[in-house]
Write a protein that binds this ligand. Structure first.
Ligand SMILES: [Zn+2]
Length: 460
């Protein structure tokens, strides 16, 4: 006989304990653990001693190479930070207004890391009964700029917008516009969040902001890197950790404005830039960018590229070994607007896999940039330096992601929130009273609907 118990019963039971499925904070991963288990389980059999030794040796070899690639990724990230620090020193003279800074005006290197924070329980109450009730989680997304040594935390909830790739790119866009550094080169490190890393819209967005032809260019070169899966502790994790720590000082957290206040207070030394991620800041990048770029996995030389395994993506221009007329080889910067160049390791000797995503790729001009005597990148044939720009196109603003005001929540959620809000101070209740909802409120205690929209999964 099958147990008669609905998913929601488990769900509600589980919710009582305020448990979360977080990312492991210890720097070891499934792969590491598996190697350990395999090795432990392995006993050398006398009869097949030789073969066994070879097998064991192979396990150790694979393990070593995994650990080496994880270490290499961390090492590269720390090189990136060092490179950024050579120009953007701690006493760097920033204009008060970031809009004063021209894009690509400084021949140097900015490093940023990005990661989605956990969904934060809202309202967070001390009343036990409230754990049974549906909540209106606060979404958070973090972008860390090493040039500015500044964390930005974007916060919103589902009535404002979803937590999909359009939303995340909108946060990134806001960050480029309002936390600009003027750097020509941008290195982005992402968490191993596959949604973002394997998403065509994210690739198109980075093509767009390095492409001189559609008015959106902000960087001469942009590289995105992914740490090795399971070994992806980043600056953002530190900030989210501080926010959770700070929240422990609060008995009740009433709404996402309260979470914003907590995030603002979480770091004394260098307060986080907390952004109320308003609905008008969310754009439909997918629709906007598909006017210019196409999804394509065909590489330049007709080979079907694998997007999922790539841990390094390069846009704008990249170093490549180019054969010289005299037969020798030399590393040069090759300019490749509209093409994303992929690597499947952090090894800079690996040849690039090149994928062209422009709608009209036949007209592509490809020319080579190299360093001039002053060390600046310039066009080989004309000697021109890439131009810096003050303004970038605002055409994406014709593609707002939400047009009809706050997004209604489900009636059942509204009903639960109406119960929870009674535990909040009077002045905090109105927010929940005013929320739009779909459907009719039925006040039945034994309804047993699974509540799928509260999964902590990121809907990327
Ligand atoms: Zn590992």
């Amino acid at each position: 006989m099958k147990p008669r118990c609905a998913h929601s019963t488990y769900h509600n039971e589980f919710k009582k304990y305020d448990l979360r499925f977080g990312k492991p904070r210890v720097d070891t991963c499934d792969v590491c653990d598996k190697f350990g288990e395999k090795e432990k389980a392995y006993t050398i059999d006398e009869k097949t001693e030789k073969e066994s030794k070879v097998l064991l040796c192979n396990i150790r070899k694979d393990q070593k190479s995994h650990v080496v690639s994880a270490k290499r990724a961390y090492l590269f990230q720390s090189y990136d930070f060092e490179k950024t620090e050579t120009t953007f020193t701690l006493d760097y003279d920033w204009p008060v207004d970031a809009s004063q800074i021209d894009f690509m005006s400084v021949d140097c290197y900015e490093t940023q890391t990005q990661d989605a924070g956990g969904n934060l329980r809202t309202p967070r109450l001390t009343v036990g009964e409230a754990y049974y009730l549906r909540i209106l989680q606060t979404f958070s997304y973090g972008i860390y700029s090493h040039a500015r040594r500044q964390h930005s935390i974007y916060m919103w909830n589902e009535t404002i917008g979803e937590k999909g790739v359009n939303n995340v790119l909108s946060a990134e866009h806001d960050h480029h516009m309002n936390q600009g550094t003027g750097a020509k080169y941008l290195k982005l490190w992402f968490d191993g969040c596959p949604g973002q890393m394997q998403n065509w819209t994210a690739i198109m967005y980075h093509l767009y902001i390095t492409d001189p032809y559609f008015g959106g260019r902000m960087y001469e070169r942009l590289d995105e890197c992914l740490p090795i899966k399971g070994h992806s502790y980043m600056e953002n994790d530190r900030a989210f950790g501080h926010i959770i720590q700070e929240s422990k000082g609060y008995k009740t957290i009433s709404d996402y404005f309260a979470w914003m206040k907590i995030a603002s207070d979480a770091s004394n030394a260098n307060p986080y830039r907390v952004v109320e991620f308003k609905q008008e800041m969310h754009f439909d990048w997918k629709a906007f960018l598909s006017q210019v770029y196409v999804k394509s996995r065909d590489t330049i030389d007709e080979f079907h590229a694998k997007l999922s395994g790539a841990v390094w993506r390069s846009y704008g221009c990249s170093e490549e070994v180019v054969k010289q007329p005299d037969g020798s080889v030399k590393s040069e910067l090759v300019y490749h607007p509209g093409e994303v160049w992929l690597r499947y390791s952090h090894n800079d000797k690996e040849p690039w896999t090149k994928v062209d995503l422009r709608r009209d790729c036949k007209k592509k001009d490809q020319y080579i940039y190299s360093r001039n005597a002053q060390g600046f990148m310039c066009n080989v044939s004309t000697g021109d330096l890439p131009e810096s720009t003050k303004k970038v196109s605002e055409k994406h603003k014709d593609f707002p992601l939400y047009k009809n005001g706050l997004r209604p929540i489900a009636a059942l959620k509204y009903r639960d929130l109406s119960k929870s809000k009674l535990h909040l101070p009077k002045e905090k209740q109105q927010y929940y009273t005013d929320l739009p909802y779909d459907g009719t409120i039925v006040d039945s205690a034994d309804e047993d609907e699974p509540d799928l929209d509260e999964d902590n999964n990121q809907q990327m």
